[in-house]
Design a protein around this ligand. Structure first.
Ligand SMILES: Cc1cc2nc3c(=O)[nH]c(=O)nc-3n(C[C@H](O)[C@H](O)[C@H](O)COP(=O)(O)OP(=O)(O)OC[C@H]3O[C@@H](n4cnc5c(N)ncnc54)[C@H](O)[C@@H]3O)c2cc1C
Length: 219
């Protein structure tokens, strides 16, 4: 099973029993998340920017307008750090001190480059579209050359990564288990509700299957 090498940069030190470095676990979390947060520093100023991502093979893909500071930073080849978080439950302990969260998170590092080749750019945009909603790329109108030229697309090969996963019940101090305080998990799930048609939708267009049966829907 491919595993990311543990280095001083990606080795989880705090609660290291929760760490995982295998590619399959890390890629599953990346693929399930719809958004990520990209961290980078410019002239000593840190920025953390939320954005949409997709994984294409061993790279993350990002896109945006040509004036985006984030994308300009990535295409310069400078270091970035990406955090991805899936929240699974609030962990309600008997003591306030032991409250926690169940989560699956990834932190990864890499340096990006601009995708200039049009067919490669289209494949990256397809990956971004399909990551949001599988089936959408073949349903919606594809980008025109003008739209393609107005879009910056970058790829970041994943150099180093770690996952950290907390699951299971609260962990109170031994003496607190006698307290008359309710304790347990309050599970959280990302839930997609019924589609809402655009008021400007042409008549006679029904909701397509790929929207009705969204694979990431958990209801
Ligand atoms: C939803 C959520 C809520 C959290 N709440 C808290 C909180 O309230 N208080 C708290 O102290 N911590 C919390 N954590 C854990 C937090 O993300 C850090 O792991 C922890 O604070 C230790 O930070 P550190 O810089 O000392 O990590 P270190 O263990 O020193 O980090 C070393 C390296 O490990 C990797 N790493 C660290 N954290 C993560 C992670 N979460 N996922 C993947 N790789 C990681 C990175 O590559 C990092 O460079 C939370 C995590 C999540 C996902």
């Amino acid at each position: 099973m491919p595993t990311f090498e543990k280095t001083p940069r990606n080795t989880v030190r705090q609660k290291s029993v929760r760490a995982q470095y295998d590619q399959a676990t890390i890629y599953r979390i990346i693929d399930e998340a719809l958004i990520c947060h990209v961290g980078f520093a410019e002239e000593g100023q840190p920025y953390v920017i939320p954005t949409n991502h997709a994984r294409l093979g061993d790279s993350l893909i990002f896109h945006g307008g040509t004036t985006s500071r984030l994308l300009n930073h990535i295409q310069s080849g400078a270091e970035i750090c990406v955090a991805i978080t899936l929240l699974d439950a609030l962990v309600l302990a008997r003591s306030v001190f032991s409250h926690s969260m169940n989560y699956r998170s990834v932190v990864l590092f890499g340096r990006g480059h601009l995708i200039t080749d049009d067919p490669e750019k289209m494949r990256a945009l397809e990956a971004l579209t399909e990551h949001l909603l599988p089936g959408r790329w073949s349903d919606a109108r594809r980008p025109t050359q003008k739209e393609l030229d107005a879009t910056t697309v970058v790829a970041v090969p994943i150099e180093s990564a770690s996952a950290k996963i907390r699951s299971g019940p609260p962990m109170d101090d031994a003496e607190d288990y006698r307290l008359p305080v309710w304790a347990g998990l309050l599970p959280i799930r990302q839930q997609f509700l019924d589609p809402v048609a655009d008021p400007k939708l042409r008549e006679g267009i029904s909701v397509p299957d790929h929207v009705l049966h969204y694979p990431k829907r958990t209801d």
